[in-house]
Structures are given as C-alpha cells and as structure tokens.
Design a binder for this molecule. Structure first.
Ligand code: CDP
Length: 222
C-alpha cells in the first residue's frame, strides 16, 4: 500500500547547497527533516573513535548496528554525546563518503531513515533519497551546481567559520568525492528519471526554495 505521508527527496552532490535549501523547505511546510549525510558522518566518527578502518565493510556495518543516534533540533547525539560539531569537519566528510560505499552499512541505516517519515511530511536530503530510500516520494529534486561554484561555496563557508581554507585543495577534494559518490556500486549518486533537475549556479537560495515549494503545491493539487 502506498505510504500516504509525503516525502520531498532532495539529492545532489557535495556542497550543492541542498542542506540549506532542504531545511528551509521543511520549515516552510512544517515538515520533518532528514539529513542523511549526517548518518554517514556519525558512522565515520564512531568507527574512527573505535579504531575501525573505514574500508572494513563488515566491522563498520556491525558496529553501526549498535550505535544510538538521535537528532534534537539542530543537535546530533551519538550514544548520548553531542557530536554536532565533530561530524562537520572536512575529515568526517571524507570518512562519510568512504564508509558510504558499503552496501551492508547502507542496509543497516535504511530502517532508521524510514523512521523519519512522519506526519505531516518529510524533506529528505542526501544522495539516494529518491532512488533508493524513498522511491515513492511524490516529489524528487536533483539539486546541483558546477564543481567550481560548489568549491567556491565551500571555500566561503569555511572562511566564514574562521577555518583555514585553500580553494585548490577544496576543488580537488570535491572532484574526488563526486567520483567516489557517482562511481560506487551501492546506491551511487544518480538523478532518478522521475526527478526534476535544479541547477543552482545562478540561483539564490530563496529562488531554489520557491521553485521546490511551487512544484510541491502543483503536485499536491493533481
Ligand atoms: O556536506 P556534504 O554534501 O559534503 O556531505 P553530506 O551530505 O553530509 O554527506 C557526506 C557523504 O555521505 C557524501 O559524500 C556521501 O558519500 C555520503 N552520503 C551517502 O552516501 N548517501 C546519502 N544519502 C547521504 C550522504
């Protein structure tokens, strides 16, 4: 039976701005929000703390089963410890994309992601929200931007946080992350055929949010 609780799936590559856009759409609609990337970041952090290598699929997946993960507003808790800042480092972004290649880990995280689908609706942000996790989502958006624009955004974001940033390093890191996300066998980053492409090189955040809201209202009226 089709699930009556609507999901807006927003997928796309690193630093495309989908996290910001997805959260604003969720706030506008009063929907729940799933930051699925945070789950992979948490697994990267937790396994590192336990000295489990990120490329060890069976140990990473087995350990992930026992983790207690909680989201409260903007805060993220791992086994009751606040890891909101710790998971946001560039290193954990890299670790997340390394553990995310394991099909066994993706299977472990599936039920947890489904549990976010609660009334009145969900905005889910990630790489495989529309393709794998919520294939029946009534609205799927593939939000992207050129690699250069995304590197520029990430660079500004790091400077804004007073972190040392080097544009060339960020660009290279994004290219490697894209290649890993698109090239993996398990749930690669792809644009589902029923998704709408939203190219944001020349689009403000509020224009991207308005586009998605408009498409959503249009779908719901049908
Ligand atoms: O902030 P950024 O877009 O770089 O990363 P994120 O959305 O927090 O995701 C970090 C990594 O987790 C990505 O590079 C992906 O490899 C992985 N990921 C995934 O495989 N599937 C998802 N649904 C979300 C993230």
């Amino acid at each position: 039976m089709a699930n009556a609780i609507p999901v807006i799936a927003i997928d796309g590559p690193s630093a495309s701005g989908k996290g910001t856009v997805a959260q604003l759409v969720a706030t506008e609609l009063g929907f729940h929000y799933l930051d699925s990337g945070a789950l992979y970041r948490i697994v990267a952090l937790a396994t590192q703390q336990k000295n489990i290598a990120w490329d060890n699929a069976s140990e990473v997946s087995a350990y992930a089963k026992d983790l207690h993960i909680q989201f409260t507003g903007d805060q993220v808790y791992l086994n009751n410890a606040d890891v909101s800042d710790a998971i946001r480092s560039e290193q954990m972004g890299k670790g997340a994309s390394e553990v995310a290649v394991h099909a066994s880990l993706r299977a472990v995280l599936l039920n947890l992601q489904h549990s976010f689908r609660q009334a009145p609706g969900l905005v889910a942000d990630g790489r495989d929200m529309g393709s794998v996790v919520f294939p029946d989502a009534p609205l799927k958006i593939f939000l992207t931007a050129s690699t250069e624009v995304r590197a520029q955004r990430r660079y500004q974001q790091l400077l804004g946080k007073n972190q040392i940033a080097n544009y060339a390093d960020i660009l290279l890191d994004l290219q490697q992350r894209d290649a890993r996300d698109q090239g993996r066998a398990a749930a690669p980053l792809i644009m589902p055929t029923d998704a709408l492409l939203l190219e944001t090189d020349n689009l403000t955040i509020s224009a991207a949010v308005s586009f998605i809201l408009e498409k959503y209202w249009h779908k719901m009226q049908k």
